[in-house]
Design a protein. Structure first.
Lengths: 410, 117
């Protein structure tokens, strides 16, 4: 092969060496130098490969960072939430037995009344007139009775002497009996008229406070068709109750005597205390949602609560104090996500496990959970102690989800 | 006739109009079932709407009522075994005394005292 003939060309008066010609020239520099450069190039490639492998192993996969929370000791209570309305314990509807025109009103809103106190007066004149009529008729019939009785005595005496027919005396006796019946009837009418007259006084039947007045002076009350409500009287506003709409799902745990707390919009920073006094069995169904009235008894000595207020109620279904507890996130945490669970094996039935950070490593601790209040779970059994750091999340891994809380520790 | 109507209206305004000064009213308790007209009793009632006080003088006995409620409709209060209620529009008054087994109720009428006019 004649290299010199096809690698050297004369272009425009100068000599141009192409690549095969340069290699030939390098070869011409000496065979020892050539070997040196080849070894250097191979060594440089090996160094680059090693650095790349080291960078891949360290920089491409950052260390796992755990988010932990401490195991604490404290109280846990499970509650049922409901909304309700503040009501007096007993509200009396005061109506009217008589019809007529309201003549006087002696009670108004917020009036404190006693049992027997007159709150309004219906015009009594028609009823007084009726009473007078029956009283007069009674007097008349009593006089007739008296006269007939004397006649009877006289006739009986004459009949005994055979001065008159016996039938006349007997007829007089029947007449006296009729008169006695008539007088008794009259007495009933009089008593009825007295009662009707008495009912013109609209009277509070209980001690309490007037919470509603539905009449005005001069108004005509027609009691014949429908009993009108004149006043609503709350018996004692110092004892109130909250009628709640408790979901049927919570009814299994609610029972009389349970403690309850609630707030009202009027006092957003104040928590009122109460006791479940009644769990009513009657369901209330609205748009296929079934609720039950759970009644909360409340002491209202300072009269802060007013009838009709809306209460946001929490009924304490179960409670524990001074128990070891962990945040609920710790029970939801699994290292490496759900796929890792099958690899590590599921816990025994009835038990769960949490992961505790011990000496920089995560350690699975089997536990038996107890009461859960939505934030914390009671630990009934398990090698957990207050101060232990349970893992609630992890970050820095491909499978881990970064926590929203500030990255702590480790 | 017109003057009488005006006088009646002015008298009525004393019941319905709000006034800061204490108001005195002369009341006559007239009708209980067993009471004769000759046994009518006169009582004096003084109330202060702004101070929410209500007092009454029944002969030698004076009462300073508690649980006083004064509105444009009615005035009421009670103390010990006595309660009073006054209809502000009509001037009707009810005076009740509570015993263990019964309540004695007296009705009557109140008029604005001459001292207030």
């Amino acid at each position: 092969m004649n290299l010199s003939s096809d690698t050297s060309q004369v272009e425009a008066g100068r000599t141009v060496l192409k690549f095969p010609a340069a290699l030939i020239a390098a070869r011409k520099m000496g065979s020892g130098s050539q070997k040196y450069w080849l070894a250097a190039a191979i060594g440089a490639l090996c160094v680059l490969a090693g650095v790349g492998a080291l960078w891949w192993s360290i920089g491409g996969k950052s260390p796992i960072q755990y988010v932990t929370a401490p195991v604490t000791r404290g109280a846990i209570s499970r509650t049922a939430t409901a909304t309700g309305t503040v009501n007096p314990v007993l509200t009396i509807i005061v109506g009217a037995y008589d019809s007529g025109v309201i003549r006087n009103i002696y009670c108004d809103y917020n009036t404190h009344v006693r049992a027997g106190q007159v709150c309004a007066k219906i015009d009594p004149r028609p009823y007084q007139a009726t009473l007078d009529q029956y009283s007069g008729r009674l007097l008349r019939d009593q006089a007739i009775l008296e006269k007939d009785r004397r006649d009877l005595a006289r006739y009986q005496q004459l009949a005994a002497q055979n001065s008159i027919a016996r039938q006349q005396a007997e007829d007089q006796a029947y007449l006296v009996n009729q008169d006695e019946g008539t007088v008794k009837l009259d007495q009933g009418y009089v008593e009825s008229a007295k009662i009707n007259l008495e009912y013109t006084n609209i009277v509070s039947p209980v001690d309490g406070t007037v919470v509603s007045r539905n009449i005005t002076g001069g108004q005509t009350i027609a009691s014949n068709f429908q009993t009108p409500t004149l006043f609503l009287i709350a018996t004692d506003l110092k004892q109130m109750e909250v009628d709640t709409n408790t979901s049927e799902g919570d009814m299994g745990g609610v029972k009389e005597g349970d403690r309850a707390t609630f707030t009202v919009d009027a006092f957003p920073k104040r928590t009122f205390q109460g006791i479940v006094t009644q769990v009513r069995q009657s369901p209330n169904t609205v748009q296929n949602v079934v609720t039950y009235d759970v009644v909360i008894g409340v002491d209202n000595s300072d009269l802060a609560l007013v009838p009709g207020m809306t209460a946001s109620v929490q009924i304490v279904i179960d409670a524990r104090t001074d128990v070891v507890r962990v945040p609920n996130q710790a029970l939801r945490y699994t290292p490496g996500g759900l796929s890792a669970v099958s690899a590590t094996g599921a816990p025994a039935s009835g038990t769960q496990r949490v992961w505790v950070l011990r000496d920089g490593a995560s350690v699975a601790v089997p536990i038996v959970p107890g009461l859960d209040d939505g934030n914390f779970t009671e630990i009934v059994q398990g090698d957990l102690h207050p101060g232990d750091q349970v893992i609630t999340a992890e970050s820095g891994t491909q499978g881990g989800s970064p926590s929203s809380s500030p990255p702590p520790r480790f | 006739m017109t003057a009488a109507i005006m006088a009646a209206l002015l008298s009525g305004s004393a019941w319905t109009g709000a006034s800061a000064a204490p108001q005195q009213f002369d009341c006559v308790l007239t009708d209980t079932a067993e009471q004769l007209a000759s046994e009518n009793r006169a009582i004096v009632v003084v109330f202060d709407q702004s101070g929410k006080t209500l007092k009454a003088q029944d002969g030698s006995q004076s009462y300073s009522f508690k649980n006083v409620s004064i509105s444009n409709i009615a005035i009421s209060g009670d103390v010990d075994l006595v309660s009073i209620g006054i209809d502000r529009s009509s001037g009707g008054v009810v005076w009740q005394q509570y015993a263990a087994d019964k309540v004695v109720t007296e009705f009557g009428h109140c008029r604005q005292s001459e001292a207030n006019r």
